[in-house]
Design a protein around this ligand. Structure first.
Ligand code: PEP
Length: 260
């Protein structure tokens, strides 16, 4: 496993209302969090400011996406810099301004529902890191790719696009999220996840450096919940989780032990 702290991220996706997020934040504020765990939540953009103003500083905030380049700055009536004309996008500069310290990039829904490609995602990661926003870099194969024996090929190709673009791996967490496990209730077995995590670490060792391979946290995502997380966490190379659906539930009411 990596030498870093265990990492738990909650990806709220396109869910929530002012009221439901207010409740979730108060539940998170009451939850007991072990000292040696990084905890991060990723609210929808429009609720980031609400969450930042109400959530304990113990939990860091991530966005679920960011623009690939520089945003615009306004000083009075005058636009400063080259950016700004990207209707509907949110810039790294704006995300930092409202309190984000992380961004999720390359999530399967952005790749396969919205159509982002490897190079675009790699460039987004590079820009975010250059501006000191830490990156949860998602990768993962689709079911047909796994069944065709292409799991490693797909993961390595997605990893390479990050590696070809990013200035450094210091502030990257790799999230292995098999597409067939996301939101399906079909969690990867601890053995299936471990096998891919080892392959990812090995790829980093061969293609980036031994130091990056040993330091980089490789987290698993895909139908993780209070009932299955403990067994997954026992695996040597599972350094944390990215959690979707279960992150919307009251953390104080979820058991951290596998159900017997
Ligand atoms: C995710 O969206 O990153 C995810 C892992 O979702 P879920 O936990 O709902 O499968």
């Amino acid at each position: 496993g990596s030498s870093g702290k265990f990492f738990v991220g909650g990806n709220w996706k396109c869910n929530g209302t002012t009221a439901s997020i207010s409740k979730l934040v108060s539940d998170l504020n009451e939850a007991k969090v072990e000292a040696d765990v990084d905890v991060v939540v990723a609210p929808p953009f429009v609720y980031i400011d609400q969450v930042k103003k109400t959530l304990t500083d113990r939990v860091e905030i991530s966005s679920q996406n960011s623009w690939v380049g520089k945003g615009g700055a306004f000083t009075g009536e005058i636009r400063v810099g080259k950016g700004g004309a990207f209707t509907g996008e949110i810039s790294v500069e704006q995300l930092k301004d409202v309190g984000c310290t992380w961004v999720i990039l390359g999530h399967s829904e952005r790749r396969h529902v919205i159509g982002e490609d490897d190079q675009f995602i790699g460039k987004k990661a590079a820009y975010a890191l250059t501006e000191n926003l830490k990156v949860i870099a998602c990768i993962g194969e689709k079911l047909e790719e796994r069944e065709a024996g292409k799991t490693f090929d797909v993961c390595f190709q997605q990893l390479k696009a990050y590696a070809d673009n990013v200035p450094s791996w210091d502030n990257i967490v790799v999230a292995y999220e098999p597409v067939w496990a996301i939101g399906t209730g079909k969690v990867a077995t601890p053995e299936q996840a471990q096998e891919v995590h080892v392959a990812i670490r090995d790829w980093l060792k061969k293609n980036v450096s031994a130091e990056v391979a040993s330091k980089t946290r490789i987290i698993y995502g895909g139908s993780v919940n209070g009932g299955n997380c403990a067994e997954l966490a026992k695996k040597e190379d599972i350094d944390g989780f990215l959690v979707g659906g279960a992150s919307l539930k009251n953390p104080t009411q979820q058991t951290l032990q596998p159900k017997s």
